[in-house]
Design a protein around this ligand. Structure first.
Ligand code: GLU
Length: 471
């Protein structure tokens, strides 16, 4: 949809709008906005049939105000330099918003993944990593890639292995990439992190009664109707956690079509149905929408675009019925369409905040790799022992015994997953409050996106101003 829309123009338009509410010089603002460097490369792939194919790829490092720079690698047939630059800029702002001490980066390899065998994908990934090593574009203190559209733990494991095999940064080598499988230096909770963060962000926004009232909604998630576009890693987990918290998932969209049931859809059953039949369509009890883009226009309280950029544009914005748009994808609503939604009294939870859960947990993974220890390993048993002593002495004092299952639940020390999830929850809640406070301080009419940009610009500016500029 709407291919003509230049993604970097959209991001910069939003930046410029927000920059007006800051007091930084035009020179500094330009430095913050611009992409510092882009590496465009072409490398050969030896295909399984022996033929050679030239593969095009990029790595954009948007801002080096903090190191390493950080951001995912996307595998897609239509990925291009402009897209990678725009996404790298969003990474800089995203990291600033959630106080993750990295600059922004993004990579892309121009391939239609389904056209390649697993062995070919492995060779592409390893060669790409090698090209990054040659140009000093990867390393635990330099640039740390992660999964993005079309990539996952498998690709990250190949990258980490290639980096380690080349003998780079020996002791910290595993910290060269995040989103790895747990057995290869990954952290528990990373796979779910972006979807879980999306859920925490939406839940927090719904906690403000006065904000919900303006939208004609009540406080809380319970009973709110939700449509999710994209059942990939982000969309699936966002839908799952929203459902578990009491929201009703009425619509789900994928490439092949969308399904709608105002009474609610069982996510796990839909995923199983899609696996069994290779299509989301014809799910029992649901209505089919053959044109998947129509899912965006369904009647609902919350719409979660969790696929790609430029989904809500001037072409369809007038038909969006949701009151809250939760941008789980990067750039799903164009800048012009955002204006229309906001003037129609809707709320947009901006991508650079709402999908920051992925990079937040990537930060935890990177810390784990550098410290060489699983979170909770030193403290879990100690906490359990202290809690047990405490409860036993309460029991002795009161003469009452707690039921065994409750006792066991209460004394439990925090595991790695508990700590990661609570760190993520804390991060998402704090970041929302910061953004909302800025919005209220400037003017309530200012969007959450503009407030989020103001927050990010100020934080990046402070780093530049404090570090001084190299003479
Ligand atoms: N690709 C994800 C994003 O866009 C994660 C990036 C990361 O973990 O570094 O935020």
């Amino acid at each position: 949809m709407a291919k003509h829309i230049k993604f970097s123009t959209q991001v910069n338009q939003n930046f410029t709008k927000a920059a007006r509410y800051t007091r930084h010089s035009s020179g500094l603002l330009k430095q913050i906005k611009i992409c510092n460097s882009v590496y465009e490369m072409t490398f050969p792939l030896k295909k399984d049939d022996g033929s050679i194919e030239a593969i095009k790829a990029w790595r954009a490092e948007h801002s080096h105000h903090k190191l390493p720079v950080k951001g995912g690698i996307r595998y897609a047939a239509n990925v291009n330099q402009d897209e990678v630059i725009a996404l790298s800029a969003l990474m800089t702002y995203k990291c600033a918003i959630v106080d993750v001490p990295f600059g922004g980066a993004k990579g892309g390899i121009k391939i239609a993944k389904w056209k390649y065998s697993d062995a070919e994908l492995e060779r592409i990934t390893r060669r790409y990593t090698y090209e990054l090593i040659k140009k000093n574009c990867i390393g635990p203190g330099i640039d740390v890639p992660a999964p993005d559209y079309g990539t996952g733990p498998r690709e990250m494991a190949w990258m980490a292995d290639t980096y380690g095999a080349m003998g780079e940064a020996k002791l910290e080598a595993l910290g060269c990439v995040t989103g790895k499988p747990v057995g290869q230096g990954g952290v528990r909770g990373r796979t779910e992190a972006t979807g879980r963060g999306t859920f925490f962000g939406i839940r927090e926004a719904c906690e403000f009664e006065e904000d919900m009232k303006k939208l004609g909604l009540t406080k809380g998630l319970d009973g709110k109707t939700v449509v999710v576009q994209g059942l990939g890693n982000v969309g699936y987990y966002a839908a799952k956690f929203l459902h578990e918290a009491g929201a009703v998932i009425v619509g789900l969209a994928e490439y092949e079509g969308a399904i709608y049931n105002p009474k609610g859809l069982d996510i796990e059953a839909v995923v199983k149905h899609r696996k069994d039949t290779s299509s989301i369509l014809n799910f029992p009890g649901a209505q089919n929408l053959d044109d998947t883009s129509l899912a965006l226009e369904l009647e609902c309280d919350i719409l979660v675009p969790a696929a790609l950029e430029n989904q809500i544009t001037m072409d369809n914005v007038g038909r969006i019925k949701a009151k809250i748009i939760g941008e789980a994808a990067n750039g799903p609503v164009t800048a012009d369409a955002s204006e229309v939604l906001l003037s129609g009294g809707k709320m947009i939870l901006p991508d650079m905040y709402l999908n920051a859960g992925g990079v937040t947990v990537s930060y935890f993974e990177w810390l784990k790799n550098l410290s060489h220890i699983r979170f909770g390993r030193l403290s879990k048993r100690f906490e359990e022992n202290v809690n047990t002593k405490l409860l036993r002495s309460i029991e002795d004092m009161t003469g009452k015994k707690m039921p065994e299952e409750v006792f066991r639940e209460v004394v439990l020390g925090a595991s790695e997953e508990d700590l990661v999830n609570s760190g993520l929850e804390e991060t998402m809640i704090n970041a929302y409050h910061e953004i909302r406070d800025i919005k209220m301080r400037i003017n309530d009419d200012v969007s959450l996106r503009t407030a989020a940009f103001v927050n990010a610009i100020d934080k990046v500016a402070v780093t530049y101003l404090q570090m001084g500029i190299f003479p």
